[in-house]
Unconditional design. Structure first.
Length: 650
């Protein structure tokens, strides 16, 4: 406290604090130091260059007022609010200069908050716009008090308080993404919390009441102990603490991709590229005008009943209005992701093996709903390859015929047992093939790389596809004739081979073979369907394991065979792209030699496609891997990290 009888040397004020000891007191510091202290007080106490000894000296007086004077009489209780406001102002100016001052000052605020909250149990405190601090190890006492009062009053816990409880919860291990993207973390946590608890979580109070022990900055005061009799310590409650930590962890995981993008491109966080990495639930709330324009254009363009072909330039103009340009594979992925989150699929899709998006090529947009696959299954990959082959066969005479390709689509879909979503995408892929100028020519040179046995095998597989539904139509026979001619196979042999396929012990042939489609009203006795198994109740789906195994084997075979025909962009294997224990393989000198055909392409692992197989090879021998490094490996193979994990696990 200031003693006006002590001497002050105003001519030589100690503005550098040389006359201050570790615990300064007004009566023990020099006249020069008293002069500097009084000048700091008179000028408003906000000069950031002032030595912290003067700031502590002032704080000692505030501590005495709260912890000594107010304990003796209630007449000074009204001083709590202005003292608290003064301490917050001092923290804003001086906390960054000294961790010691920051710790004492925030602890002193806790004392004031507890004293101001006594008796307020009937009217729980309202949420304030407190910032989520990266220093989570000091839990604000005001937060404990506010939540404790809500719990004691048996009221639902509002989302704003739940967010702060989760943030300062020691059960929650915060990572860089949550700190870097605090606004997005808060928004998504609030949405997820509302989904689970509606108006708020109901928390049962515990028996541990809130209290604190404060070690005063002033050596003359020592310790102060305070306890609130009717406010539970919510941070001692295990069940709600774990529940909130689980929500926070889920939110943090959802923001990892966006956080990495922002870390590398902080100035592009609100760009369309950045929005593409946001979780689904946060995308709709974006105010970016380019995003709004893209969404409106999609609403007007995408046919809700099917697929729609548009110029690539139209789409890429919405993606980059300032300078629309063709994209690389890596650049195409965010756009494809954003469209998916807006419930729009696209062909070509780089995640499904398609080429990058170009301003010079068309794209096909189609609506998607529900849980849509983000990477191709082996069956779908085979289906697209077969469709591509059918398009290439059709183009062999110089003109792509929609009818010729469409002939095979139903057979391809049924023989490979594609899901509804895969059928939708395959039809969009077919429409893109016929609308684009993709490479469909030069098939003769590609087929020349096949050995005789491989051509026979390919012909047999295509016959199986055509006969998958139990019959081969006239249009399919015409297409098969064209394919056999291209493969150099005996076209006169097609009819007998079709009959052989239909007569083979396949799932389709176990039913009566369709010789001629029945005419309604024609005389005769209908041939009954094969009786159901006695073990299968009516309406029960019975899986034929033999058929499933054979279909998967044929899918893998044809996919591997055709991939060699259409892969124009084979990557030369070097020591950096091969597994550690692998040896580079020289391409075959004789391209028709079956023993060496396709040797440069490593074999599939467990039926996975080439990209996922390559990803697995990179993981061989590792016990663990940081998620960021795994994502980089996945990006190098042009697959989505989370989707790749699911695909490999399956």
């Amino acid at each position: 406290m200031i003693n006006p009888n002590l001497r002050v040397n105003s001519r030589l004020p100690d503005t550098l604090g040389r006359g201050l000891n570790y615990w300064p007191a007004y009566d023990s510091i020099s006249p020069e130091s008293r002069a500097a202290y009084l000048e700091w007080l008179a000028r408003g106490r906000r000069n950031p260059s002032t030595p912290l000894g003067y700031v502590f000296l002032f704080m000692y007086g505030l501590e005495r007022r709260v912890l000594v004077d107010m304990q003796a009489t209630d007449s000074f209780h009204s001083d709590l609010a202005p003292i608290r406001a003064e301490m917050e102002a001092l923290i804003d100016v001086y906390a960054e200069q000294s961790y010691s001052f920051q710790r004492y000052a925030k602890g002193f605020l806790d004392v004031i908050d507890m004293m101001m909250s006594v008796g307020s149990i009937a009217a729980p405190a309202k949420s304030t716009s407190r910032r989520l601090s990266s220093n989570r190890w000091i839990v604000p006492l005001s937060l404990k008090i506010a939540i404790g009062e809500i719990v004691a009053a048996k009221q639902p816990l509002p989302a704003a308080w739940a967010l702060e409880w989760a943030w300062y919860n020691p059960e929650f291990r915060i990572r860089t993404g949550a700190v870097r993207c605090t606004a997005e973390f808060s928004d998504l946590f609030t949405k997820n919390y509302f989904d689970t608890y509606g108006d708020g979580m109901k928390v049962t109070p515990g028996t541990t009441m809130l209290g604190l022990t404060y070690s005063a900055a002033s050596a003359g005061i020592g310790y102060a102990k305070l306890k609130m009799q009717n406010v539970p310590d919510v941070f001692a409650l295990a069940k709600p603490t774990r529940a909130l930590a689980a929500i926070a962890e889920e939110v943090q995981e959802s923001l990892e991709a966006f956080s990495r993008f922002v870390g590398k491109n902080p100035e592009r966080a609100d760009s369309l590229n950045g929005i593409a990495f946001l979780p689904q639930r946060l995308i709709e709330s974006s105010k970016n005008p380019d995003f709004q324009a893209l969404r409106e254009w999609l609403a007007d363009t995408v046919n809700p009943e099917g697929s729609e072909a548009v110029a690539g330039l139209e789409l890429l103009t919405r993606w980059n209005p300032a300078a629309p340009t063709s994209l690389s594979k890596a650049e195409s992925t965010p756009l494809v992701q954003l469209l998916g989150k807006l419930h729009v699929g696209i062909e070509p899709d780089v995640r499904f093996g398609g080429p990058p998006l170009s301003v010079d090529s068309p794209v096909v947009l189609f609506p998607i709903t529900g849980d849509y696959p983000l990477s191709p299954s082996p069956s779908y990959e085979t289906a697209t390859t077969l469709t591509h082959f059918a398009a290439a066969v059709s183009a062999a005479d110089g003109e792509v015929s929609d009818d010729e390709i469409q002939t095979f689509l139903p057979s391809i879909e049924s023989s490979l047992d594609l899901s509804v979503a895969e059928k939708t995408r395959l039809n969009a892929h077919f429409k893109w093939l016929t609308a684009s100028s993709t490479k469909l020519t030069g098939l003769t040179k590609r087929v020349a790389l096949l050995s005789d046995s491989q051509r026979v095998s390919l012909g047999g597989l295509l016959l199986s596809v055509a006969a998958a539904d139990g019959k081969v139509t006239a249009s399919e026979m015409m297409a098969l004739t064209k394919i056999f001619g291209l493969l150099g196979l005996d076209q006169s042999d097609i009819a007998s081979r079709v009959f052989a396929v239909q007569s083979s012990p396949t799932a389709a042939a176990r039913e009566p073979i369709t010789v001629r489609v029945a005419t309604p009203g024609a005389p005769g006795v209908p041939i009954p369907l094969q009786p159901r198994s006695a073990a299968a109740a009516p309406g029960t789906l019975v899986l034929d394991e033999e058929t499933i195994e054979r279909t998967m084997h044929e899918s893998a075979s044809v996919s591997e065979l055709l991939r060699g025909i259409f892969d124009d962009d084979q990557v030369e294997l070097t020591s950096s792209t091969l597994p550690a224990d692998a040896t580079p393989v020289r391409p075959p000198e004789n391209p028709t030699d079956q023993s060496s055909f396709g040797a440069p392409t490593p074999p599939s692992i467990a039926g996975l496609d080439a990209a996922h197989s390559a990803l697995v090879r990179k993981l061989v021998g590792l016990q663990s891997l940081p998620h960021l490094e795994f994502e980089e490996l996945a990006q190098a193979q042009n697959v989505m990290p989370n989707g790749a994990i699911d695909t490999i696990n399956e």
